[in-house]
Design a protein around this ligand. Structure first.
Ligand code: ADP
Ligand code: MG
Length: 559
């Protein structure tokens, strides 16, 4: 029997493939299952146009089986199979369909732009197997063929026996070495987990012989194991289902199944977009803060699927930092993937989706604020800091998205209020949105600086979070109203500017003032008469960019 050589380029690519393209070895199973699913799809599409062909859904499935002793892992499908010629073309030339040649011709440019199908997934099997055998019978053919290769040094094709149309991919799993372990690809539990992770939403059933336990007959607490062929994927992804068919529990189950959190989601958002870029997404706003949220380990991001197949666990580009608490997934048919399908080739589509998602989250939060105030306040208590941080970062670029979602404690209402609510209550002559910063609401309440503003009947927002004042400085104003700290020199309240009265009072007690200035030399810029005090003898005020509270924060920062 003649051993055929892979084409020269193929050899190089196969080497590359086995050694470096994929970062996660386990994806070989995803690739082989995807191929099996494609093969079934092909029959399905044929049946749509060929009246001699009927597609009975029950006849089509993928089976994953293993034989630990002989180190065999087998992926079988009842798909369209391959003729001898197709075997030769599809598996003998890596990156078939002209894509590899194309890449060579365009070596200097970004060669992969137009490629949807790379024709390399199959070879990922060599990451875990030292021999791959393909036994296949094409639809409408009486002959079956075997293709076999042990790596980059060539392959054989020969006739063989196979009863039914379809393909078996048989992997001889590598032996463990010192540094590399392969046994896991022969473990039922591990295989199921990989299938669940990457291929859960393959449209056809993926079957496995699953070990189960049942009560031994005639006993009350003795169990026996038995093996039963079981479908291990869920097939129809929840995000492809009609929203009307789904209940809250379905989303909550999905949330738990995906390990997005141990809590129940406070909100879920189910998006189906059929526009320029088509995608489905299910997003969750958690109720509780993830336990590792403020640690370095926490990674923001959404799961990214391409047509039901998991591509990325945490796609960070899909979420702005200020929404990093959002969990969930996105599935799109319109992504151009790179060769390993672990990354995206370019992110134009991704950018469109990300922008869209950002707006959906914003609107959902706005609705929550409007219609479920208590729930929103709870949310804000947990994640509000994140939103304020968002306002502060990027030099206020996120102002439009976030400003209406902010809340602060109000001196008047004695509860959290929005900026919109604040300005809607402002008396006509009030020029500024006043705020006071401090450690707690109780402490702020006692600040002498608040007295004049409060006496004027103006509402004061209490800033107890480090970030508050910095965020507001970035906002600059809300709907044209500037923010003003109650401790700033110029409060914009008229009586204060009554200079003559101040001067007189100063002259009357000149000695005291001079004495204080002297004592506090280097610590304060000036000691002046204040009109804002009612019950307190003195207070600190400032006339620079930074308030005293901000300076405290800045001084506490490591430099
Ligand atoms: P891709 O799936 O990107 O085309 P692969 O390397 O995964 O590349 O597969 C190469 C080709 O081999 C496929 O396009 C298909 O034509 C053929 N093939 C692989 N697996 C099967 C299968 N189980 N049944 C039928 N054809 C298959
Ligand atoms: Mg493939």
């Amino acid at each position: 029997m003649e051993k055929k050589q892979f084409q020269a380029e193929s050899k190089r690519l196969l080497d590359l493939m086995i050694n470096s393209i994929y970062t996660h070895r386990e994806i070989f199973l995803r690739e082989l299952i995807s191929n099996a699913s494609d093969a079934i799809d092909k029959i399905y599409y044929k049946a749509l146009t060929d009246e001699n062909l009927t597609f009975n859904k029950d006849d089509y499935y993928i089976k994953v089986s293993y034989d630990k002793e002989n180190r065999i892992l087998k992926i079988s499908d009842t798909g369209i199979g391959m003729t001898k010629e197709e075997l030769e073309e599809n598996l003998g030339v890596i990156a078939k369909s002209g894509s590899f040649t194309f890449k060579k011709e365009n070596e200097l440019k970004d060669g992969f732009d137009i490629i949807g199908q790379f024709g390399v997934g199959f070879y990922s099997a060599f990451m875990v197997a030292d021999k791959v055998t393909v036994i296949t019978k094409a639809l409408g053919s009486d002959e079956a063929f075997k293709w076999e290769a042990t790596g980059a040094d060539g392959y054989i094709i020969e006739p063989c026996e196979k009863e039914a149309v379809g393909t078996d991919i048989i992997l001889k799993i590598k032996e463990n070495t010192e540094d590399e372990k392969f046994d896991e690809y022969l473990e039922e539990y591990r295989l199921r987990a990989i299938i669940k992770k990457y291929s859960d939403f393959i449209r056809y059933p993926i079957k496995m012989d699953v070990t189960k336990r049942k009560l031994k007959e005639g006993t009350e607490n003795e169990y026996e194991e038995y093996v039963e062929e079981t479908i291990v994927n869920s097939m129809v992804p929840i995000w492809r289902k009609n929203k009307n068919e789904l209940k809250k529990e379905d989303y909550e189950n999905f949330y738990a199944e995906k390990h997005y959190g141990f809590d129940k989601p406070a909100k879920y958002i189910h998006i189906s977009v059929d526009g320029a870029v088509r995608y489905n997404a299910i997003l969750f706003i958690p109720e509780k803060m993830p336990y590792d949220f403020y640690t370095k380990e926490y990674e923001k991001g959404l799961e990214l699927y391409s047509n039901g197949v998991l591509i990325m666990n945490k796609c960070a580009d899909l979420l702005p930092d200020y929404f990093s608490f959002v969990k969930g997934m996105v599935d799109s048919e319109d992504l151009s993937l790179n060769i390993s399908r672990e990354m995206l080739q370019h992110n134009r589509q991704l950018k469109v989706i990300a922008k869209n998602i950002k707006n959906k989250i914003k609107n959902e939060l706005k609705n929550m604020l409007k219609n479920e105030r208590e729930k929103y306040e709870q949310f804000y208590k947990t994640f509000g800091r994140q939103l304020k941080y968002g306002v502060y970062s990027d030099f206020g670029a996120n102002k439009e998205v976030l400003q209406d979602l902010l809340m602060f404690y109000s001196s008047k209402e004695k509860k959290m209020v929005t900026l919109e609510e604040y300005i809607s209550r402002m008396p006509e002559e009030q020029k500024y949105i006043y705020y006071a910063a401090g450690e707690t609401n109780e402490r702020i309440e006692k600040l002498p600086q608040t007295e004049l503003v409060a006496e004027k009947g103006y509402e004061i927002l209490y800033f107890t979070d480090d970030i508050d004042e910095f965020a507001v400085k970035m906002l600059m104003n809300y709907k044209g109203k500037e923010f003003k700290s109650v401790s700033s020199g110029d409060l914009g309240i008229e009586e204060e500017d009554n200079e003559n009265a101040s001067n007189k009072e100063y002259e009357d007690s000149k000695e005291v003032f001079e004495y204080m200035k002297n004592v506090l030399k280097g610590k304060v810029k000036d000691v002046v008469v204040s009109k804002r005090l009612k019950n307190h003898p003195v207070c600190l005020s400032n006339d620079g960019e930074f308030t005293i509270e901000m300076e405290k924060v800045l001084n506490a920062m490591p430099n």
